[in-house]
Ligand binder design. Structure first.
Ligand code: ADP
Length: 448
């Protein structure tokens, strides 16, 4: 195992990683910006190093300072969490050159999957079903129209280097294509430093279903079932559950095996997520994330496998503690992302939490770094915690979630808890009858 792990992240995920390290008796180093000196991950780590001012580019993205922090503290591995440097292949390479282990897949795999065009081509080669679309990048208007004509409108133009739900545009006809192609390319160039775009069929009523995978880097690949993340706002997930209310055990086993085999063939190392849209019984690959996901706890709750512990094992050369036959799904889990935002307008609401009381009881897990008196800084993502609930059945899980949300008190700032209190009382959510557009439609209807 590692001598010491540096956690190059903040907030709830830094705490999540720290907990896994503590259970393995691995000393931890927290890094933090000047805005986070009082944060819980800093308080609970064995050592901490201030790596810069509040702006992420000067602190949590500051590779030079992070490596210096490893050298000062003697950390021999870095866990990047999600966001920040987690999918930065160059960072993984630099760490290797410094003899520091990057807790994640190889730079090569990060690179391939970080380019959505290369990722789709790789997926197709590995036998994973993909969304019909252009064969690679599309530059010229004629070509764009030809592809759209072949697959049929509506289509979606997507940035090859896009992420976080940004860099996508739906096109309904030839007439809209010229402006849409131009705008998406310009925006992609400005936002991601890469103006390559591709086209795929726009699915009208899909669900977002993703498969959690894990590889040992030596040909073994396993899957840990799916998460249904169809409740989204602006292509960003807000509520996730496992198992999906929409798919059967046979479908799970079939798509899971395809992904596990692909991960094994690729020689992939560590945790990853293969994302699909699912419509009319078919799965369509959209992308692969080469890191731990925000919503990983729902999988942990129904498999009882600690994904961060396994990441640490694999990265340190100890291999996974389990194989496919050890993975069994028990019960149902749901996660609500609690953001410091107004629950209707989604305007961020940073500031001081005057009183904090998390829910508890059987089957309730709260991953959060906040506490009474903590000030949510305005500089970072507004996610301040995750409420994850498990029950023996989906109904028991929803009843427990409703109870837990009603117990949750966060005073002094606005949060998205009231939105979830409404959602767990909604008939469509209760019956699992929703697709990726459901939440946007619901919000629009309830604003009127
Ligand atoms: P990102 O990397 O920005 O998260 P994804 O490719 O994972 O981008 O897509 C994010 C979301 O955008 C999906 O969950 C889905 O809601 C929507 N989306 C992406 N591709 C399509 C498509 N072909 N048809 C319909 N919706 C799509």
């Amino acid at each position: 195992m590692f001598n010491k792990v540096l956690i190059a992240n903040r907030g709830e995920i830094a705490l999540r990683i720290l907990r896994a390290c503590k259970e393995l008796d691995i000393p931890t180093v927290a890094v933090h910006s000047t805005a986070d000196s009082e944060a819980m991950h800093v308080r609970l780590a064995d050592q901490s190093v201030c790596i810069g001012p509040p702006a992420s580019r000067d602190s949590y993205l500051n590779v030079h300072e992070i490596i210096a922090a490893c050298e000062i503290t003697g950390a021999d591995a870095i866990h990047p969490g999600y966001g920040f440097l987690s999918e930065n292949a160059r960072f993984a390479e630099i760490l290797e050159a410094h003899n520091i282990t990057f807790i994640g897949p190889s730079a090569e795999h990060i690179n391939t999957m970080g380019d959505k065009i290369a990722a789709k081509q790789t997926a197709e080669r590995l036998g994973i079903p993909i969304v019909p679309g252009s064969d690679g990048a599309v530059k010229e208007l004629d070509e764009a129209k030809r592809v759209a004509g072949d697959i049929g409108y509506p289509v979606i133009i997507k940035a090859a280097s896009g992420g976080g739900g940004r860099g996508m545009r739906v096109v309904n006809s030839d007439a809209e294509m010229e402006t849409a192609l131009q705008t998406t390319r310009t925006e992609a160039g400005a936002a991601f430093g890469d103006d390559a775009v591709y086209i795929e069929k726009y699915l009208g009523k899909p669900r977002h279903i993703e498969i959690q995978v894990m590889g040992d880097g030596a040909g073994k690949g396993v899957h840990l079932g799916e998460r249904d993340c169809s409740l989204q706002r602006r292509h960003q997930k807000v509520f996730e559950e496992a198992n999906s209310p929409a798919i059967s055990e046979e479908q799970r086993a079939r798509i899971g095996k395809i992904c596990a085999d692909a991960i094994g063939d690729l020689g992939y190392s560590g945790a990853g997520t293969v994302e699909f849209l699912y419509e009319n019984g078919e799965f369509y690959f959209i992308e692969m994330n080469t890191r731990l996901q925000v919503e990983h706890p729902v999988t942990e709750m129904i498999t009882r496998i600690d994904l961060v512990n396994e990441q640490l094992r694999v990265a340190s050369g100890n291999g996974m503690s389990f194989g496919q036959s050890d993975v069994a799904f028990q019960g149902h889990a749901i996660e609500c992302r609690i953001n410091a935002e107004n629950a209707r307008t989604f305007v961020p609401s940073p500031g001081k939490i005057s009183y904090y009381h998390p829910p508890g009881g059987l089957g309730v897990r709260v991953d959060s770094g906040v506490f009474s008196g903590y000030s949510v800084p305005p500089y970072y993502d507004s996610l301040i915690g995750k409420l994850v609930v498990v029950g023996r059945t989906r109904t028991e899980c929803l009843n427990r979630l409703r109870r837990a949300l009603d117990e949750f008190v966060i005073d002094g700032i606005e949060t998205t808890i009231p939105l979830f209190q409404d959602l767990v009382r909604n008939d469509d959510v209760l019956s699992g009858n929703y697709d990726i557009h459901w939440l946007e439609n619901y919000l629009a209807a309830n604003d009127a």
